[in-house]
Design a protein around this ligand. Structure first.
Ligand SMILES: N[C@@H](CCC(=O)N[C@@H](CS)C(=O)NCC(=O)O)C(=O)O
Length: 237
């Protein structure tokens, strides 16, 4: 069994991508030094570790840097394969398709719901809400196909795809409270709505997922920051 080694994680607690990695570390029973990144100021360590994208999460294992949440989860699963449950599916077909869906979620779901927060007009916001709902309908179909009638995408317990989708749930919930839109409607996406409840009740989610109020507060600060940057750019012209 691989030794635990020195593990550091640079993160931002509300980030879905950081939640994804922290849940994986929790599932494997790994302890790590959690270095929180400041809201809007990036530390030397962050800039040095991820000079290309300047994004978190960043995992540093015995001095080696691993970037991108999906890659980090895969790395954790492979290095500590003998610890805790397997996160990536063992079945070759499921192992090949789970990363496809994870990439789809990060590309389409993330940009759609972030757009809900960023929208300047109600029309724009409603477009982004529809886009988010359309992605969730696709995921309802994916869930029906991959869960094989069980409780999670991965079967009886959470796995790679559950982490990939579930790490975004706290943002959907926060936006539901902020804008009064229901993203996980038991009438429209019943499987996903039940799965989401199950996901939030897992030990790993309870340990890591931030409270909705904390997410809402961050979303408001982030939006105010965007508006201030845009105003400063406009007045400099
Ligand atoms: N594809 C990356 C995305 C990571 C990402 O977008 N992280 C955001 C936080 S949610 C970030 O650090 N953004 C840079 C910033 O906020 O300036 C991953 O999966 O790790």
């Amino acid at each position: 069994m691989a030794a635990q080694g020195d593990l550091k994680l640079l993160g931002l607690s509300v980030s879905p991508f950081v939640v994804r990695v922290r849940m994986a570390l929790h599932m494997k029973g790994l302890s790590y030094e959690y270095i929180k990144r400041d809201l809007f100021n990036k530390s030397e360590l962050l800039l040095k570790s991820n000079p290309v994208e300047k994004k978190v999460p960043i995992l540093i294992h015995d001095g080696k840097t691993v970037l991108d949440s999906s890659v980090i989860v895969q790395y954790i699963d492979e290095v500590w394969a003998a610890m805790g449950p397997s996160i990536l599916p063992v079945d070759p077909y499921e192992r090949a398709t789970a990363p496809f869906w994870a990439a789809y979620v990060d590309d389409k779901l993330f940009s759609a719901y972030v757009g809900v927060n960023k929208a300047v007009t109600e029309v724009e916001r409603m477009e982004k809400v529809s886009e988010t709902l359309a992605v969730l309908e696709q995921l309802e179909e994916a869930f029906a196909k991959h869960s094989n009638g069980k409780g999670f995408f991965a079967g009886d317990s959470i796995g790679y795809l559950d982490l990939a989708v579930g790490c975004h749930l706290h943002w959907l919930k926060a936006q539901c409270k902020m804008f009064g839109v229901v993203f996980l409607d038991a009438g429209k996406t019943p499987l996903l709505a039940t799965w989401a409840k199950r996901f939030t009740e897992t030990d790993a989610a309870k340990e890591v997922v931030p409270d909705t109020d904390v997410v809402m507060e961050y979303a408001k600060k982030r939006q105010a920051y965007r508006v201030a940057v845009a105003a400063a750019a406009a007045s400099a012209k």
